[in-house]
Design a protein around this ligand. Structure first.
Ligand code: TRH
Length: 397
């Protein structure tokens, strides 16, 4: 390649941290592993700074980790790069779109990188071209868990780094100490909790406190803090721990994104949410409970069902039953105590299953690699029939 590829990544922060979490992970990988010159446009640098403390929210332009970070509005003064990636169907500003159209399809690959879903319709929509006004097509790119989708974000050295970390007996103690966390009691079950608000956890907490085996619960910042404070009848401040019977509760600080993996690797069970932490728990090869982003029309339940259909395809019946029971109890309410008891009983098999699933996913090319292949030699499908029609995409009304 005569010159490095120039890529623009656009991120509109809807809420929470996953929009910018995914965009930042992609931007860094394109820059670090594919020698791209990357411009990342973000419309909420304060949220960005929560996962990347080097970000200066008031700076007009800054380079962090070899990525050029720009405020959203700067697109109005700039020409598009060769590859323009709009995350999750965020709408670019009209002036920038006009410049994409002026340069045309021979100079710009315009990509919509959509939300991750295991639903079957994704395979039929991935890599579809959607004609846009002005005669240029937008490529719809869908992440996924199968070879007929666009893969998952995975840094080239991620699994090697995890394996090396796991071979180091002191690694977890060092990681926890750096976060100001005490080492868990001997033989304690460790649970990382990063979920949306989920009421009705008192009986679950009580059951862990009364259990014969000690449990350590690492609570990430988020709405569950208040639920747990109410059960404790005290406010657990960041970095503070307290004990109730066999249950040790630790309130974690929000860690920089590149440290988040170590939290997952440190835990026996990861309760994760949304999209990015959900994927990272799969690369951690840990038993995980996924709290899907709740949607008013219950569409998130279809996403959960579709994912579990893939995830549990080869699972032994006791593993299948334990995962389904825990997922339903967590996401739809229900008897969390008995579901948790069943889950903990299956932990050795759940861990083996998580490792097999991780190896299965790792056999597929990662998302960044596939994305560059797709734009280097776009799959020329006949554009959709009607002008401006776009495939069904969850991020667009
Ligand atoms: O924060 P989320 O709920 O984001 C969600 C999802 O992106 C979802 O797809 C989107 O529709 C919704 O927002 C609007 O969960 P997620 O996806 O796991 O993103 C969290 C990010 O925060 C992830 O990159 C990990 C990172 N993180 C840290 O960097 N440090 C931390 O301490 C924690 C707890 C998370």
């Amino acid at each position: 390649m005569s010159h490095p590829l120039h890529c623009d990544v656009f991120c509109h922060v809807v809420d929470n941290f996953g929009d910018v979490g995914v965009a930042w992970r992609l931007a860094r990988q394109l820059a670090h592993e594919h020698a791209c010159v990357v411009r990342l446009f973000v419309d909420d640098l304060n949220t960005f700074a929560a996962i990347c403390p080097q970000i200066q929210p008031r700076m007009g332009q800054q380079t962090v980790d070899a990525v050029n970070i720009l405020p959203w509005s700067r697109q109005q003064q700039l020409d598009p790069s060769e590859i323009v990636i709009e995350m999750f169907g965020c709408h670019l500003l009209p002036g920038f779109i006009e410049r994409i159209q002026r340069l045309g399809a021979r100079r710009v690959h315009w990509v919509n990188l959509d939300h991750l879903s295991a639903e079957s319709w994704v395979e039929g929509t991935h890599l579809r071209l959607s004609p846009q006004p002005g005669g240029i097509d937008k490529l719809f790119y869908f992440p996924g868990f199968t070879p007929a989708t666009g893969g998952l974000l995975r840094e080239a050295d991620l699994l090697r780094r995890r394996a090396a970390w796991e071979r180091l007996p002191s690694a977890r103690r060092i990681a926890l100490r750096s976060l100001g966390l005490p080492p868990p009691p001997e033989h304690a079950l460790t649970v990382l909790l990063f979920s949306y608000a989920r009421s009705g956890i008192r009986a679950w907490l009580q059951a862990m406190a009364a259990a014969s085996r000690p449990t350590t619960l690492w609570i990430c910042p988020g709405p569950m803090r208040a639920e747990i404070d109410s059960w404790l009848n005290m406010q657990l401040s960041t970095g503070q721990s307290t004990v109730r019977g066999s249950l040790t509760l630790c309130s974690l600080p929000f860690v920089p994104q590149e440290r988040f993996d170590e939290l997952l690797w440190s835990a026996d069970v990861c309760v994760v949410r949304g999209e990015d932490s959900f994927v990272r728990a799969q690369w951690a090869a840990r038993p995980m409970v996924w709290h899907a982003y709740p949607q008013h029309d219950q569409a998130h339940l279809e996403k959960i069902e579709a994912f579990l259909r893939l995830y549990l395809r080869d699972a032994p019946p006791p593993v299948h039953a334990a995962v389904v029971a825990m997922s339903e109890a967590w996401n739809q309410g229900g008897d969390l105590v008995s579901a948790w008891q069943q889950y903990v009983e299956q932990l050795p098999q759940l861990r083996l299953h998580a490792q097999a699933w991780c190896a299965h996913l790792a056999a597929m090319p990662d998302l960044a690699t596939q994305l560059l292949q797709a734009t280097a030699d776009p799959l020329r499908q006949p554009p959709l029939a009607t002008q401006g029609a776009a495939p069904r995409s969850p991020s667009e009304p």
